[in-house]
Design a protein around this ligand. Structure first.
Ligand code: EPZ
Length: 416
């Protein structure tokens, strides 16, 4: 298995360009299932998860061409089954459920199963589809859903769910009547999807707020659209500047998607200023320990919690990091501790006592964002860090070694 080797202690300086957002590209690519004809999506990132969703849609009969500019025609759907061997590698595959039922009247999608950060049920997705008239059965680990035509409904999400909101927003776009989503997710990726659906002819109001209204239409037409930049990738590089006392221009990001992150990093002592096309981020060696609580957007993103923990590991005091979104998202703590971090987990809080240095060590990635935190720790540790199971990082960070090397990091991938 491939590994990443980092010789840390280098100050990072220069320009890094942010790629398209994985968590926007996935639902937008899936939305092509709702149309008959060629859709064109720009700024699609080169990631393992994008490869997975392309395999899934090809399996349904879609024609797909290109990479960063992706062309997809789902005019001919010959299968409505999402197989376990693909779904188990990417939970976001559940996003095909709503569109397939809305377009074809049926779907058989493997249950995603849990992952390192939690059980991650999809009960809210299924409950919402049932309230729209779908018959849902669970057989052999698969969800089997049928509905001659979905009907609009008022749906309250007990928990603000990002892919749940996206799944039902797509399904409701072709339903008969109006659907109201209450306690809908407000993430920028939800807005990106809503904008694409509206370009297809969907009638959606309120995307980006917690009440979204979708008036179903009979058909949707193919569209050309852009994927928004990845705010989590941007935040990861911002923290890299903080850790190495660096000076990095984060180009192509949307600062408006990063308010909570910018606020927290400024509290931690970093200088963050808007520049033409992005942000200039300057770190200094005196990192202030601050408390962080992860929340649904616009709160501090759970997908940057592990990365922030590395920064706080180098803080001057004590930081309490509270994870409120997922029940088991501290898998990176043990590995960071092996590198000399001083972290104690108490329930869904991690008490992080700043230390003067981290030491390189052989460590193992457990999930996508944990692997990003190990890379960040390797960047600041004075000696050598070797990270195994880096297939996790391939899922969500486009060309991360090249991007970090271009701003001065000593990082390389070795074939295992
Ligand atoms: C999306 O996952 C993202 N993935 C995640 O990013 C992100 O961490 C998460 O939203 C929260 O922001 C994609 O967009 C592809 P949720 P999602 O449904 O939609 C519970 C990454 O690293 N819940 O918003 O699966 C759930 O267990 C990934 O890029 C239910 O109980 O997350 C969690 O505790 C990781 N039942 C909470 O809600 C449901 O039916 C929020 O989950 C659905 C969710």
């Amino acid at each position: 298995m491939d590994k990443i080797i980092i010789h840390g202690g280098k100050r990072l300086e220069g320009d890094v360009r942010v790629s398209g957002a994985k968590n926007a590209a996935l639902p937008v690519i899936v939305s092509s299932l709702l149309t008959d004809g060629w859709n064109v999506f720009h700024n699609v990132p080169d990631l393992a998860d994008i490869g997975t969703i392309k395999k899934l849609l090809t399996g349904f009969g879609a024609e797909i061409e290109g990479d960063e500019t992706l062309r997809i025609n789902a005019g001919e759907i010959t299968s409505c089954e999402a197989p376990y061997d693909l779904v188990r590698t990417m939970r976001a595959s559940i996003l095909v459920l709503g569109p397939l039922v809305a377009r074809m009247g049926r779907a058989r999608v493997s249950l995603p199963g849990g992952c390192a950060i939690g059980a991650r049920p999809v009960n809210l997705h299924l409950k919402a589809l049932q309230s729209m008239g779908a018959e849902i059965d669970l057989h052999d680990g698969y969800v089997e859903a049928r509905a001659p035509r979905l009907k609009g409904a008022t749906i309250y999400f007990d928990i603000s769910t990002v892919t749940g909101t996206e799944n039902i927003m797509m399904a409701a776009s072709l339903a008969e009547g109006t659907t109201i989503l209450e306690n809908a997710a407000r993430e920028p990726e939800v807005i990106n999807l809503a904008d694409v659906l509206k370009g297809m002819g969907a009638k959606i109001r309120g995307a980006g707020t917690d009440i979204v209204e979708i008036e179903g239409v009979k058909t949707l037409r193919p569209v050309e659209a852009d994927i928004i930049p990845d705010r989590i990738e941007a935040g990861t590089y911002m923290i890299a500047a903080g850790l190495t006392g660096g000076d990095i221009n984060i180009l192509g990001c949307m600062p408006g998607h990063l308010d909570a992150v910018i606020t927290k990093l400024k509290e931690a002592g970093m200088e963050i200023t808007p520049i033409d096309g992005g942000l200039r981020v300057v770190g200094n060696r005196n990192i202030t320990s601050v408390d962080v609580k992860t929340l649904p957007y616009p709160g501090f993103p759970t997908d940057l919690q592990a990365q922030m923990m590395v920064l706080m590991s180098m803080g001057g005091g004590v930081s309490v990091i509270k994870e409120t979104v997922f029940e088991n998202r501290f898998m990176h703590v043990n590995e960071l501790t092996r590198m000399g971090a001083n972290i104690t987990v108490e329930g869904n809080s991690a008490i992080v006592r700043g230390v003067s240095e981290l030491r390189g060590a052989p460590v193992m990635a457990t999930d996508l964002r944990a692997s990003a935190s190990l890379i960040l720790a390797g960047l600041v540790a004075e000696d050598t860090t070797e990270i195994s199971r880096i297939y996790h990082i391939n899922r969500g960070y486009e060309h991360i070694e090249e991007k970090l090397s271009s701003i001065g990091a000593d990082i390389r991938r070795v074939k295992g």
